[in-house]
Write a protein that binds this ligand. Sequence first.
Ligand code: THU
Ligand code: ZN
Length: 141
Amino acid sequence: MTDDLVDRARTALDSAYAPYSGYPVGAALRTADGTVFTGCNVENANYSNSLHAEEVALGRAITAGHREFDALAVASGARDGVTPCGMCRQSLAEFCDDGLPIACDEGDGDVTEYTLGELLPTTIGADTLSAADGADGANES
Ligand code: THU
Ligand code: ZN
């Protein structure tokens, strides 16, 4: 079910701009209606400006008006079974539920599939913020 998506992630990593880490990453995010948005990492000489493949794919999808997703695949040029980093897991959790399948290309023909909930068992969400004192902006310090 995610084989095609893994292929799209592998293709996307060919576009990666990763001169500093030498670690190209590709991602393919499928929406509820079956549209696929790809992304690759885009590094910068100011390292902290670098974009991750998953956030590029997510940003492209959101920009096109999508808010519901049903699968993600990631692949790396190192063929080492890359998984989304903590920051990308949190970004995905903003829009995706715990059951989102995440297919990670192991590079040797194998794909390991996780769910977002396995990779990020607890998260900060809108509920977290609304439970806080002053979440309505009335907090005074
Ligand atoms: N990278 C991603 O694109 N996605 C991740 O979630 C893991 C890390 C990129 C960022 C950087 O360009 C390179 O991989 C090495 O960390
Ligand atoms: Zn990341």
